[in-house]
Design a protein around this ligand. Structure first.
Ligand code: ZN
Length: 594
């Protein structure tokens, strides 16, 4: 039940209690499912180059919710400090973005936990504590969780769904966490080994010790990516309820029909599905996509995504999954436009598969109950066009009206469908550039609360089209966690609390109305977690000026908390309203915890 309307008469006003019976607009927690899709190493120009080659945009580029995203980390332990993105620096220096970039472990940690940490460290704080990821929280709340990638499953991004380690290279330790649901760092009291145990239902990614990068059977297995032979033997034996699948036919079969409860899918390839097969060219090779025959016998990322969803959606409580195109980054490190386009296409096809799944309302999962986020963890390669090519356009960093290579931002030039676009890599590493974020579905509007800045040159630098008109703000990557957490894990506790409002006082100096709301735990059990108090049906023309954010048009406030709210205990929430027309201030409170 949702309750307690508050009414204020202008000025001093005594509250009148009303009962709300209508369905309220506020909808935090409406996302039963969260699907986070990450193109590792994707920048705006990665998307552009792929669009030009394919002759069309990826499906998610038309999503209404779109932002730039800052990817900076806390820096590197004992080394440099991460620097948040600076539009002014970007506008004046071509090389600016090349310094101080995050790595995939810290980027994943920020997105999955909401905490900035050091590069190369997986869900590990700067002061050596293991963090609980959104996925672990979702698992604890009864949802199924999973990790899917086109690169090996102990690589930084997929492993950050469930792993915790001071070093991303400790593959074996983090492999243990997935396989056995147990903590190899038993001396770390902050780690809750039971968080996901039992609800990590899907891991699907290469790393198969018996196959090489050409998807060919080895004579001697290589256990390097999963730590040790015992891990493989135990998975084969079905340890911890896992059903191991490896063949393309097994992945295909997993896309439809009944499935086992837990599926560990390791395609017959070593560290990538396709990227690392024979034929990689040298730096800035202009080899066309698919010039080398694709590995046979391995699934696409789209197939794995469909298989993963078909396992995860067995759970009536919903699911949370991370699906990564992992080798866009690898191609960008090697400055290989052709292979990058292959990998980005594989990723885009996987997003299309997920969109189709939701469009069809598969197993009751729709845009109304599912949040889909499509983003990147960082840009890689400092990829631009080559402005020296006739017909190229560019963003004029030094303002001299002519293109200066290595100074101005050249736009990727379209050479027509099926032809490599004109590109030029200016780095073999990650950059600090903004990456794109797209979202659609349940609670996707919550991203509006995460904006931390504006990049006035976003369209100009990247030659973006009208889809981006009026959309030049950016969020921080920790905002991905904030949105997923509130969208999927906020629960309505209005029936466990009462809400009482004080009289309102008008402040002639600030011209604002001040009052307070007292939330009391009327249940017999302590309430833990962050309270979120929403003011639904707020009078027209009245604004809650100290709101923490908006959801579906309703302002909400997150009061400062000091631990659990004991039975009978209260918390006081200050409220400040702007009310230029001196209207009656009416609203209905709905209280959530997160
Ligand atoms: Zn990388």
């Amino acid at each position: 039940m949702r309750k307690t309307s508050q009414r204020f008469v202008t000025g001093i006003a005594a509250g009148t209690l009303l009962l709300a019976s209508s369905q309220l607009a506020f909808a935090a927690g409406q996302a039963k499912n969260v699907i986070l899709m990450i193109s590792d190493g994707q920048g705006f120009n990665t998307l552009k180059a792929t669009e030009y080659y394919k002759g069309g945009k990826a499906v998610y580029e038309s999503f209404d919710v779109k932002y730039g995203m800052n990817t900076s980390s806390a820096g590197r332990r004992g080394n440099y400090t991460g620097q948040p993105y600076s539009p002014a620096s970007m506008a004046t220096s071509f090389v600016y973005a090349k310094s101080g970039a995050t790595d995939s472990a810290s980027a994943a940690t920020a997105m999955f936990t909401g905490v900035k940490n050091y590069d190369n460290e997986v869900n590990y704080t700067t002061d050596n504590k293991a963090l609980t990821t959104f996925f672990e929280k979702a698992a604890k709340a009864g949802k199924s969780i999973g990790a899917v990638s086109s690169v090996d499953w102990t690589h930084a991004t997929p492993v950050s769904v469930f792993g915790h380690n001071i070093a991303r290279g400790n593959y074996g330790q983090m492999a243990k966490e997935a396989i056995y649901g147990s903590n190899p760092n038993a001396n770390n009291a902050n780690y809750d080994a039971g968080n996901y145990n039992g609800n990590l239902k899907v891991v699907m990614a290469p790393g198969n010790p018996w196959y090489d990068n050409n998807a060919a059977l080895r004579t001697t297995p290589n256990y390097g990516l999963i730590g040790e032979q015992k891990h493989w033997d135990d998975l084969v034996a079905g340890v911890n309820g896992w059903n191991l699948i490896t063949t393309q036919a097994q992945f295909n079969a997993m896309m439809t029909g009944d499935t086992p409860d837990k599926v560990f899918g390791m395609p017959q390839a070593y560290d990538t599905l396709q990227y690392n097969r024979t034929g990689l060219g040298g730096l800035n090779s202009k080899k066309a996509p698919y010039a080398d025959a694709l590995n046979s016998g391995v699934p696409t990322l789209a197939t794995m995504a469909k298989a993963a969803l078909n396992v995860l959606d067995n759970n009536p409580n919903g699911f949370a999954v991370m699906i990564e195109g992992g080798a866009i980054d690898w191609a960008n490190h090697a400055d290989l436009t052709g292979r990058m386009i292959e990998e980005q296409t594989d990723f885009n096809d996987a997003v299309q598969a997920v969109v189709d799944y939701l469009d069809a309302g598969t197993n009751g999962n729709t845009w109304d109950n599912t949040l889909l986020i499509v983003t990147a963890d960082h840009e890689c390669g400092h990829l631009w066009g080559d402005g020296r090519v006739a017909g190229s356009t560019f963003f004029d960093v030094n303002g001299n009206g002519v293109f200066d290579h290595g100074v101005d931002y050249a736009h990727v030039k379209n050479n027509g469908t099926g032809n490599l676009p004109e590109t030029w890599y200016h780095s073999t590493s990650h950059t600090n550039a903004l990456v794109p974020l797209f979202a659609k579905g349940a609670n996707s509007d919550l991203f509006a609360n995460q904006v931390i800045g504006t990049e006035p040159n976003l369209k100009g630098i990247y030659n973006l089209d009208s889809n981006w008109d009026g959309k030049n703000t950016y969020i921080d990557n920790t905002g991905v966690f904030q949105v997923m957490n509130m969208a999927a894990l906020a629960t309505d506790i209005s029936a466990q609390v009462s809400a009482a409002t004080s009289s309102m006082a008008y402040n002639r100096v600030t011209r604002l109305y001040n009052g307070k709301l007292t939330i009391t735990n009327t249940s017999a059990a302590p309430i833990s977690g962050q309270l979120i108090v929403t003011l639904s049906n707020l009078s027209t023309g009245v604004t809650l000026t100290n709101a923490s954010g908006m959801d579906n048009g309703a302002p909400f406030i997150k009061p400062a908390m000091s631990g659990d709210l004991a039975p009978g205990a209260s918390i006081t929430v200050p409220l400040t309203f702007s009310n230029p027309s001196n209207a009656k201030i009416n609203f209905t409170t709905v209280t959530f915890k997160n």
